[in-house]
Unconditional design. Structure first.
Ligand code: GAR
Length: 197
């Protein structure tokens, strides 16, 4: 069994979609969800599906050790960011080399970087008059939205779009592709050995 940890800060619709996708998979499962917000919607969504979730403070994330301990406790092999709005500490990236991926709700390298998340991204895409947007799945490195791109899919931006309608279209792409891309990556990946194993 390969274990995924999802890190999420908000509503958690991608996290829920990923849990559902892997529910029947005998080789891969979402073992645990970590958040930086105790009241984020993601907790209820995944707990209802039997996946435990935990909240860590900004300080815990920065220190990394509490996070690494939790990931080791669940024998996590791979980390999936799904609307996670906090910086990933270098120690976590070092412990999970090429094992941390993120989804960004636009076609990177456009509309990425610090402060570009959720609705801010869709607002910027509309303000720039783009005719298409989409999703980017990429490895996470020390710089926001700059890791190697693994997958992109595009959708049109329509003349009467609002940030909400564009977000809905982009979310549909996320649900269709993110679990599938994670599954492909994990299928190729050897298990990760944690200290003491
Ligand atoms: C998703 O659209 C994801 O791409 C975006 O946050 C949303 C979370 O939605 N992530 C970023 O903007 C990261 N820079 P969800 O909580 O419903 O899954």
């Amino acid at each position: 069994m390969k274990n995924i940890a999802i890190l999420a800060s908000g509503s958690g619709t991608n996290a829920e979609n990923m849990v559902r996708y892997f529910a029947a998979n005998k080789l891969i499962k979402v073992a645990v969800v970590l958040s930086n917000h105790a009241h984020a919607g993601v907790h209820g969504r995944v707990n209802a599906l039997g996946v435990p979730s935990f909240t860590f403070s900004k300080e815990d994330f920065a220190a990394a050790t509490p996070i690494l301990d939790k990931l080791a406790a669940f024998a996590v092999d791979f980390v999936v960011l799904a609307g996670f709005m906090s910086k990933i500490p270098d120690a976590l990236l070092a412990a999970f080399p090429e094992r941390v991926v993120n989804i960004h709700p636009a076609l990177l390298p456009k509309f990425g970087g610090k402060g570009m998340y959720g609705h801010h991204v869709h607002e910027a895409v509309l303000a720039a008059g783009e005719s298409e947007s989409g999703i980017t799945i990429h490895y996470v490195n020390a710089h926001y939205d700059e890791g190697k791109i693994l997958f992109q899919a595009a959708c049109p931006v329509l003349p009467d779009d609002t940030p909400d309608t564009l977000a809905q279209r982009v979310h549909q792409l996320e649900y269709a592709h993110y679990p599938r891309v994670v599954e492909q990556l994990l299928t190729l990946l050897p298990p990760l050995h944690h200290k003491g194993e």
